[in-house]
Design a protein around this ligand. Sequence first.
Ligand code: ZN
Length: 339
Amino acid sequence: MFPTSIAGSLPKPGWLAETRKLWPQWKAEGDALRQAKADATLLWIKAQEDAGLDIVGDGEQSRQHFVHGFLEQVEGIDFDHKVKMGIRDNRYDAMVPQVVASLQLKGRVHAFEARLARAHTTRKLKFTLPGPMTIVDTVADRFYGDKVKMAFAFAELLNQEALALQADGVDIIQFDEPAFNVYMKDAADWGVQALERAARGLTCTTAVHICYGYGIQANNDWKEKLGEEWRQYEQIFPALAKSSIDRISLECYHSHVPPHLMTLLTGKDVMVGVIDVASDTIETPEQVADTIGQALQFVPKNRLFPCTNCGLAPMDREVALKKLQALGAGAELARRRYG
Ligand code: ZN
C-alpha cells in the first residue's frame, strides 16, 4: 500500500555540477564527467532506498535539464546557437536550442544511466522523459512552423527511446508535462494525444507528471497570481482519464488545487504530491500522512502513490535528502493509520 517515489529530479552534488540551478554547468568533462554522473546516480539510488522509497529513479543526474537532456541526442537541433525565449506562456525566459531540420535520434539517449540504475537496485525503477508538449514549449522552432506537427515528431522519438528503456528493464516510464497546466485547451485538444503517441506500444506502467513547476521564484510568483483555487487540472484530467496512460502525478500539498479534482481521474493510479518543493521546511511524517489521508477521500487505497509535488533539482542537497526521508516515514505512518 502507498508505494512511494519522487517526481524525478534530485539535486546534483557540488562535485558534479553547479548547485541550486535549473541549467547548471557540469564540473567535469569527457570520461571524468561520465564517471561523476554514474557516481551521483548510485549515491541517490542508495539514498532513495535508505529513505524507504519503493520506486526509485536515477534522479536525472546525467542530464543538465529535464527537457534539454533528451534534446542533446536529437539530430536537427542546433545547440550551438541557443536563443532567449519566454517559456510556459512567458512565465520566465530560458536560453533554448533551435529546431533547424527534420528531427531524428542520433542513437540511444539514456541507456547508460538507465542500465546503471537497473543493475544497482532491485526495487521498481522509474525513468522520466519530457513530454512532447513541454518539449515544444522549451525549444525554438525554425523548421516545422506548426506546434502540433513538431510535437508529434518529438513524440515518435520519445517513443523510440521509451521502448528501448523498457527493454533495459525500466518498470515505469513517466513523461513530464508541466506545460499541460499552462496550455490547458491545447493539452486537451492534442497534448494528450501526442503523449499517447509517445507511450505507444509500452507494456510497462506509463505515467504523466503535471505540476506547477520547480520551486523557483518565477513559479512562486506565478502561483501567487493563480487565485484561491487552482483549477487547471479540471480542464485536462477528463482527457487523461480517457487516455491510455496508467498513472497521473499531481501537485497537492501546500497547493491551492481543490483535492476533489482527483475524482476526475477515476480508474487511474494517482501519484499524490505530499512533499512541497517550493519550501525548505521539512514535512513531518504526520503532515505527509495527513495529506495521504485527505487524498484517500477521493482516491482508492490501492491507487494512491505518494510522491513529491515536483522535482527537487534546484534544492539544497541536505534538504532534498531530508524530504525523501519525510516521504518514506510519512507513507509508513499512513500505512499504519489507514491500512
Ligand atoms: Zn514537476
